[in-house]
Write a protein that binds this ligand. Structure first.
Ligand SMILES: Cc1cc2nc3c(=O)[nH]c(=O)nc-3n(C[C@H](O)[C@H](O)[C@H](O)COP(=O)(O)O)c2cc1C
Length: 381
């Protein structure tokens, strides 16, 4: 979540080292051992469905909850379900964002299967869907069939794609010429807008900063994030999801008792103040913004938004451009009503739902985020 985290990760490069804890003692710190293994295992499975799924689990998704579950019991078919124990009821009360993440998953699945000469057709919510809540009904029945269609060039970026949660380089403007390829990457019917104009950057920095402040100062929405903090390599390996903090600095702070889920909740603590400064360093260094709007807001629209979102993220990766979603102002809980109305007035003046809003810029290379292995996401048949 912070510059320190990512820099530290890069520094230790997956190795082991000793760091002095804030308490003065020497403590052993290490990088996670298993949490990033799925990035190396992608594509190594015999069953073509599993091979495609091993890439799909690398898709972006809110708070890295990885809420997907898949049934492979029928031949040439994968049935996608949502794990309803992995929703975000406070910040995502209607599971709109969770559904977008499932759309990202399906698009990566489609691209990966195409590499094997397989087309995937999706029957979305075949037993119906509730606009207010996701439930145990299937999200998509995915059928695999041979095709002569060409692979998707964006697939080459799947292993390199990141959500870049670091400050961007304010000395490197994003050129206007970067925007058309990002907008063109959306092929599933969502309307994409983007701007790198200085006035717009300044206004959107302020709006995203304010929305983040509201989320953090609203106890139940902030707590939803803090409950998902994985602090240190041991916790990240045990639960490779949520919001991960690893590397010597965090291990040291945690060992000294200065960074715990409890201290992060205490507004008077150093952990809270530094956390706030770190997230504002992100909103406040946006060098451009990009957003997606859908005319309606059905579950199918949200899936389409996800499919286009991951494509935009992959197109940005191909350009060496960093991108981080700024979802706070889009969220549907009462305390966020004013920023939500404001962003809709600006980005969807003719109506519709802003599904994604993100900042653009150039930032450091970062390690991939943790993932559960694909095997952990298969339903028993
Ligand atoms: C619908 C959606 C909303 C997201 N919102 C945010 C956000 O507000 N802030 C953020 O830093 N990342 C956000 N993300 C990115 C996820 O945190 C990220 O995909 C996840 O942690 C996995 O990391 P990765 O994308 O680098 O693989 C969002 C992703 C999706 C799909």
């Amino acid at each position: 979540m912070t510059l320190t985290r990512r820099k530290t990760l890069a520094l230790i490069g997956g190795g082991t080292l000793f760091a002095a804890g804030a308490g003065g003692g020497l403590i052993l710190t290490r990088a996670p051992r298993t949490a990033d293994a799925p990035w190396g295992l992608a594509g190594t499975y015999d069953d073509p469905r599993l091979r495609a799924l091993s890439y799909a689990i690398l898709a972006p998704n809110p708070h890295n909850r990885q809420p997907w579950m898949v049934d492979l019991s029928r031949p040439e078919t994968a049935v996608l379900y949502v794990d309803t124990s992995r929703l975000l009821p406070h910040t995502d009360p209607f599971s709109r964002q969770i559904t977008i993440g499932l759309g990202c998953f399906l698009e990566v699945l489609r691209m990966a299967a195409l590499e094997d000469g397989l087309a995937v057709s999706f029957d979305l919510f075949p037993d119906g869907a509730d606009a207010a809540a996701l439930d145990g009904r299937p999200v998509a029945v995915c059928r695999f069939a041979p095709t002569g269609a060409s692979p998707d060039p964006l697939f080459a970026q799947v292993l390199h794609r990141r959500s870049l949660k670091e400050p961007f380089d304010e000395t490197r403007p994003v050129p206007d010429s970067a925007l058309p390829p990002l907008i063109a990457a959306a092929i599933h019917g969502t309307r994409v807008g983007a701007s790198v104009a200085p006035d717009s950057i300044a206004e959107m920095r302020a709006l995203s900063h304010e929305a983040l402040r509201i989320e953090i100062e609203t106890p139940r929405t902030y707590r939803e994030s803090v409950d998902l903090f994985r602090i240190g390599a041991r916790e990240v390996d045990a639960n490779p999801d949520g919001i991960d903090f690893t590397g010597p600095v965090f291990e040291g702070l945690a060992a000294a008792g200065l960074f715990t889920r409890q201290s992060a909740l205490d507004p008077d603590s150093t952990a809270y103040r530094q956390g706030l400064a770190a997230v504002f360093a992100n909103t406040d260094t946006a060098m451009g913004h990009i957003w997606q709007v859908t005319a309606a807001n059905t579950r199918a629209d949200q899936i389409a938004a996800g499919r286009d979102w991951v494509r935009i993220n992959l197109a940005a990766t191909a350009l060496g451009l960093g991108l981080q979603p700024l979802s706070q102002a889009l969220q549907e809980y009462p305390e966020m009503a004013a920023p939500r109305a404001d962003i809709h007035r600006r980005l969807a003046p003719e109506g519709g739902t802003v599904q994604m809003w993100a900042r653009l810029g150039y930032g450091p290379d970062v390690a991939p985020s943790p993932r559960w292995p694909v095997e952990a996401k298969l339903l028993e048949s």
